[in-house]
Design a protein around this ligand. Structure first.
Ligand code: RP5
Length: 164
């Protein structure tokens, strides 16, 4: 079995609706990955163990999604130099603006690459991880270029309805 290159973690199973969009992209590109729940405030010891073992397990990036006071991406980044890509999950009361601010406003010295709130952010985090891997993998780079070309073709083919 191939070891995962990308770890996908989230603070709760309730984040899966959003984070599955990252997993779909990684699957589509054939990138070995593993997804699991790692909660910063409910499983802090597990979170540290996950981060501390990330390099040794061969992870090249960690995609971390969380909502509300979203500590998970920043705390993982504090415990590993493996790049952490943060996905703000939409929260019930503040629609994910809280999650975005929690993840994006890292103090200088410990970066978290932060993506858009919700499904687009999850998908883009995965595409960014693919791009990182593709810089040393010509076959993966070709797949990424083909993905972009398909998107371009689809956009060029977009038709608008007549004005009302
Ligand atoms: C965060 O709290 C999770 O990332 C999730 O977005 C949010 C709510 O979690 P649940 O109460 O749905 O488990 O830790």
């Amino acid at each position: 079995m191939t070891s995962p290159l990308i770890g996908v973690v989230m603070g709760s199973s309730s984040d899966w609706d959003t984070m599955q969009h990252a997993v779909q992209i990684l699957t589509q590109f054939g990138v070995p990955h593993a997804a699991q729940v790692v909660s910063a405030h409910r499983m802090p010891d597990d979170m540290f163990a996950y981060a501390e073992s990330a390099q040794g397990r061969g992870l090249r990036a960690i995609i971390a999604g969380a909502g509300g006071a979203a500590h998970l991406p920043g705390m993982l980044a504090a415990k590993t130099v493996v790049p952490v890509l943060g996905v703000p999950v939409a929260s019930r009361h503040l629609q994910g603006v809280d999650s975005l601010h929690s993840i994006v406003q890292m103090p200088k010295g410990v970066p978290v690459a932060t993506f858009a709130i919700g499904a687009a952010g999850a998908a883009n985090a995965a595409l960014f991880a693919v791009a990182m891997l593709a810089s040393g993998d010509p076959a993966l780079r070709q797949k990424l270029e083909a993905f972009r070309a398909d998107q371009t073709a689809a956009a060029r083919a977009m038709a608008l309805p007549p004005a009302a």
